[in-house]
Design a protein around this ligand. Structure first.
Ligand SMILES: [Zn+2]
Length: 274
């Protein structure tokens, strides 16, 4: 996402006198913010300290221009004080400044990783933070556990003036989108694209081309977008996964589409505009 602001990741806070700081405080997967009309702002250090935020257990994330950014988790018992609210990241899209939104996605993934890697996956020993990289280290057997990222491909299938849209059974609401799926160990991104399309709708595609990517912190996906062109086959929706799939004309009536937040929508808009 181009924001005009530059984020420089870092592991250690600056040693010199502290600069301006932004604290991304989450209670589980909800960020504590102060809504203000259509927008939302972060709380400051003193406000979070009053809520008992454990800054010692916080994580330095890096620097956004000249603002040092930190992730900190709030105890489950913490309630949002007056005029603040705890909100999921999806609901904050377009309300936090874009650059802060991206850092918030980074923050929640680091906190989630920290929480789910407290013990060594191999020997069960409590882990410690590795000294020089973002990793959990097992002091007994030496296993390193890095923040988890799950790559997933997401792809547009075009056939002349039409695009393929599908309604997944896992979608919370009745909207249509492009196909997507997780990359399996041992396959390339291009192979994942072709396999997912074959599995989900029974089609063969060609011209698999990289489109763009997007961090998707729900909880730790990296969405990698592609455009493809229909090559062969008839649509056969995969039972249990796809409720309905069909070709939609560029200038025809379209079903309800995903929100602007997602790369899915960027892919669809790209097709509609070209
Ligand atoms: Zn171990």
């Amino acid at each position: 996402m181009l924001t005009g602001q530059q984020f420089v990741p870092g592991l250690r806070p600056p040693a010199q006198a502290p600069r301006a700081a932004a604290w991304f405080a989450f209670r589980a997967d909800r960020l504590l913010v102060r809504p203000n009309g259509e927008s939302a702002a972060l709380l400051d250090y003193e406000e979070l300290a009053a809520l008992g935020a454990d800054f010692e257990a916080g994580h330095y994330l890096g620097r956004l221009d000249d603002v040092d950014c930190y992730a900190v988790s709030l105890d489950e018992a913490v309630e949002a004080p007056a005029e603040t609210s705890l909100e999921g990241l999806r609901a904050l899209f377009g309300r936090l400044p874009d650059a802060y939104y991206t850092v918030a996605g980074r923050a929640i993934q680091i906190l989630h990783w920290d929480l789910t890697h407290r013990f060594c996956g191999r020997c069960g020993e409590p882990t410690v933070h590795a000294p020089s990289e973002r990793a959990k280290l097992c002091p007994k057997c030496g296993l390193l556990s890095f923040p988890r990222l799950s790559p997933a491909v997401i792809m547009l299938v075009q056939r002349g003036d039409e695009l393929l849209l599908a309604r997944g059974s896992a979608f919370p609401e009745a909207f249509y989108s492009v196909l997507a799926g997780f990359v399996e160990p041992g396959e390339s991104l291009e192979e994942a694209v072709q396999r997912e399309i074959r599995e989900e709708v029974g089609l063969e595609v060609r011209d698999v081309r990289y489109f763009g990517s997007q961090p998707w912190p729900f909880p730790h996906q990296l969405m990698i977008g592609f455009t493809t062109t229909y090559a062969a086959g008839e649509i056969q929706p995969q039972a249990d996964e796809i409720v309905h799939a069909a070709w939609f004309a560029r200038h025809g009536e379209l079903p309800r589409l995903p929100g602007k937040l997602s790369i899915a929508r960027r892919l669809i808009d790209w097709f509609l505009e070209h």
